[in-house]
Write a protein that binds this ligand. Sequence first.
Ligand code: GLP
Length: 232
Amino acid sequence: MKIIKVKDYNELSDLTSKIIIKEIAKKSNLVISLPTGKSPLGTYKNLIKEYKKGKVDFSRIKTFNLDEYYPVKKNDIKSYRYYMFNNLFNKINIKKENIHLLDGTTKSPIKECKYYEEKIRKNPIDLQILGIGVNGHIGFNEPGSEKNSKTRLVNLAPETVKRNKYLGKALTMGIYTILKSKKIILLASGKEKAVAVKDLILGDVDKNLPASFLRESKNITLIIDKQAASLL
Ligand code: GLP
């Protein structure tokens, strides 16, 4: 596990966007898996800025999103679909057909998750960007998630319901699906992530802290700022 400590959220966003741009320069049809939430927002802003300067071309990349609420309408401002289009996709030259999102409107979550897994199998993820929940979740793999879990419908942990102010369930890539990615980068910023980061780095690999399964991946880099690293 590689750990990169940075000063603050701005440095974390600068570094992460630089890594993404470098990976796209190496492989123009990079398959990248993207998270939502606060952690990647600065990174997405930088990517848009660099795109406008002509420094990066997204026309051949493919994306998969990590998770989505369920059920949620396509245009609901709470949906991760809305977040992605609003904060990134509408502002860069990615092709619509190369964007893959879990469908929060599906009538058959089982079919939808199977279909998503199938698409990922055909387009293996080169670069997986992750955030981490204060309870150690990755995507919506909440405490108790199994290492061999695949994309599926899950119940949200009570603290996630409270923090995210969402009462329903969620669709999420599984731990197994995430671990299959060739490279994984996890972002953690701020004091509220310090306990989860400490447990991830120093604790046991344990399903009660789903992010700890990442320790079993050879290609995991943590980018953490001073506050998130404050308990190490
Ligand atoms: C959310 C999402 C995750 C996200 C995490 C951290 O609930 N399901 O995909 O990475 O929690 O969010 P944030 O970056 O806002 O702290």
